[in-house]
Design a binder for this molecule. Structure first.
Ligand SMILES: [Zn+2]
Length: 466
């Protein structure tokens, strides 16, 4: 249980979760139906396109239940579906969504073919099983179950099957926000980005994404005199660049917590081994923080990145012939900013760290998503999510800032309170090559079924007439 949560409120939330026990779905029956829809959408190849095929299938399922749904296409074949169950309007809507596109596949590397949705040892295999046809299916099932329950809703429940998430949001989230905002506008949204973390087959905790870093970028451009390669120059552009790259990559940028990351590290300490806990707590102690950060930089790069705006030099170029000293060399940096970073000031700080007039720091005009504050962790929605994690998984909840980007950035920038959710995954699975975007993406069938139950619990607690 949330240590900051008042008992009275907790009791009241538990009764909110239990209030609709009379309409509790017949889960074994629901599971069979869930599997059917999930396998159908996984078997539909939507590797960066063809999302309309999924949208049409989903529409046929919704039509059969009498749930109105519309498909919106910015480009042919790249359809988004929007469906809505009407509430009495006493609360503002909730939006539940999943993206229907997937990343590409290298089919030769798959044991179970990428669009087979084969089941082996309880796992369902296929591209999109984790990213994001699980969220898509769970949202769809929630709509069907809500409609059949005949439940009176205090708010509209909007469902979106979204296209273009993997690299072309101009046909998906960007398009919907720009051209169909009234159809998707909501107070709260649930989308991909979280997980129930299992280790050694045991559930450890639930991660709920409440904010994310913002992709930015920069180039380092070094200048120097050109010359003959037989007469090395201490002023060589390549020498200047390599020194600058090392300085900036080894730099420990200023650490800063937001509500999400502060609470995440505090709570993670409570759930970790004594050794890890000491390290996470040390982050907050000015005398010990630098040593703890150094440890994380080396051993836990994902956690280290959550502490500050990060910089990774990912491309480097310079020179065109063995015997020519080039006059210019460039490095391209992946900069992932904290949501509240002041970028001009940060670039200035980078210039100070590099401290070399021969090296320019040139900000790149990378897809600059609008920034937004982290979604709240002290509101009704978050507490209901926590209570549902307790009820379905018997596990505590940690809010998380993802270091990568999701389409929730578009929605948070418009003021929606968005929470990234996800099914149960084994922490060891990604390293074994079974993760999202890998050559053997898979999800445990039981994890899918529990995820549908979790969605149902959260959405009914938030939307059902009290
Ligand atoms: Zn995804």
């Amino acid at each position: 249980m949330h240590p900051h949560m008042h008992r009275a409120l907790f009791v009241c939330l538990v009764s909110a979760l239990a209030a609709h026990a009379q309409s509790t779905p017949d889960w074994p029956k629901v599971n069979a139906e869930t599997l059917k829809h999930y396998q159908t959408v996984v078997r539909t190849d939507t590797t960066n396109g063809n999302e309309t095929k999924v949208a049409q299938y989903v529409k046929s399922v919704l039509d059969a239940e009498g749930i109105p749904a519309v498909i919106y296409e910015k480009e042919p074949g790249r359809g988004n579906l929007v469906a809505r169950l009407k509430g009495n309007g006493s609360k503002r809507p909730i939006l539940i969504m999943g993206h229907s596109d997937t990343v590409k596949v290298d089919a030769a590397k798959w044991t179970h073919p990428p669009f087979s949705a084969d089941i082996a040892d309880g796992f369902i295999y296929g591209r999109g099983t984790l990213d994001d046809k699980d969220n898509l299916t769970a949202s769809l099932m929630t709509m069907l179950l809500l409609k059949r329950s005949g439940m009176v809703l205090d708010r509209d429940v909007i469902f979106v099957s979204e296209s273009g998430e993997e690299g072309q949001s101009s046909v998906g989230a960007g398009f919907l926000v720009a051209e169909h905002w009234p159809e998707i506008e909501a107070e709260i949204c649930l989308a991909e980005g979280g997980a129930i973390v299992r280790r050694g087959g045991k559930v450890e905790y639930a991660l709920i994404q409440t904010t994310e870093k913002i992709p930015r970028g920069a180039q380092l451009v070094a200048h120097g005199p050109a010359g003959h390669g037989s007469r090395p120059l201490r002023t060589s552009a390549i020498l200047h660049l390599s020194r600058a790259v090392e300085k900036i990559a080894m730099w420990d940028p200023p650490m800063r917590f937001n509500d999400t990351t502060r609470y995440y590290f505090e709570k993670l300490a409570q759930l970790s081994t004594p050794e890890e806990a000491t390290r996470y707590k040390a982050l907050f102690d000015p005398a010990k923080s630098a040593a703890a950060r150094e440890y994380l930089a080396e051993h836990e790069p994902g956690l280290y990145s959550m502490l500050h705006t990060s910089i990774s030099p990912n491309m480097i170029s310079g020179g065109y012939q063995t015997n020519v000293i080039p006059s210019e060399a460039r490095a391209t940096l992946d900069v992932r900013a904290l949501p509240d970073e002041n970028m001009p000031a940060f670039y200035d700080l980078m210039r100070k760290v590099i401290d070399d007039p021969a090296v320019e720091v040139v900000p790149t005009a990378r897809i600059s998503r609008n920034t937004a504050a982290p979604s709240r962790i002290d509101n009704e929605a978050y507490r209901i999510i926590e209570a549902a994690n307790q009820k379905v998984y018997h596990t505590p909840t940690l809010p998380q800032m993802s270091t990568g980007a999701t389409d929730m950035a578009y929605l948070r920038a418009k003021g929606m309170q968005c929470y990234g959710i996800g099914p149960m995954v084994d922490e060891e699975d990604a390293a074994k090559g079974f993760g999202a975007h890998s050559d053997q993406e898979r999800l445990l069938g039981d994890a899918l079924y529990k995820f549908v139950q979790f969605n149902w619990e959260v959405v009914t607690a938030l939307a059902a007439h009290q």
